[in-house]
Design a protein around this ligand. Sequence first.
Ligand SMILES: [Zn+2]
Length: 250
Amino acid sequence: MSLDSYVHFMRMATKLARYALDHGETPVACIFVHTPADQVVAYGMNDTNRSLTGIAHAEFMGIEQIQSKFGAQDTSIFKDITLYVTVEPCIMCASALKQLGIQKVVFGCGNERFGGNGSILSIQKDSCTAPQNKHISVPGILRKEAIMLLRYFYVRENERSPKPKAKANRKLDVSTFPPIDWSLYLTREEFKDILGSEYLSHYDEKLDLSKTVDWGLIDGNYDDFFLNIKQQCDQFSLQVPKKLKQENCR
Ligand SMILES: [Zn+2]
C-alpha cells in the first residue's frame, strides 16, 4: 500500500465526516474497504446525537452493515478489510475491531482521551483479548483535515450553547496544529516500512505528512457523494458472490 492509496480512501472518509457535520453530527466518519476487491464495503458516521446512544460510533455503524450483509457468525471477511477512519478508534471500537480480526486500521488524528490504537492503549498489539488477531494501525493520514473538522464542530457547538465560552476559545484556529508523536503508534522501523524512508524526518521531527490543509476537501458539500457511497456499498453485496463464483470456475 502506498501513501497515495491511503490518502485516496481517507479522502472518502473525510468527505463523510464533513457530511456528518452538515447533518448535525460530530464530524467523525469511516469507510471499510475490501482490500482484494479494492472497493468500499461499508461506511459509518458518528450517530450519537441523532440516536442519543453513546456507543453509536462510526465504526460500529460500519460493522453493523457488514454483519447484516455477511452474517454475524462468520467474521472471516474482516481479515480482508482495511478501515479508514478520520479519528483514531476509541478503546471500545479498537477492541471490537481486533476481536473481529480486522486487517488494518488507518486513521487521521489521534484520540487523546480515549484512543485505542496508541494514544491511550495499543489494543491492536495487545495480547489480552483475541491474541491471535493483531493488526497494523497507520496514523496521521489527512490528520490536519480531521482536526479542522472537529474544530468547526466545537466552535459551532459553542456558538449554539446558551452559555458560550470566552471569546478567545471561540475563535477558529486555522493555522496551528499540535505535533504528531508518531512513536505512540509506530516504531521508527514500522513507520519506515509503511510510509517509506523518505518520510523518516517527519517521524523524527513529529511533523505531518503534508504541510498544507486541503481546504477544498473539508469545505465541500457531500450530499451527492454520500448517496454514491451508499450505492457502492449496496452493490458490493451483489458483487461478492459473483466474484467468488468466477474464481470457482477457474
Ligand atoms: Zn469508538
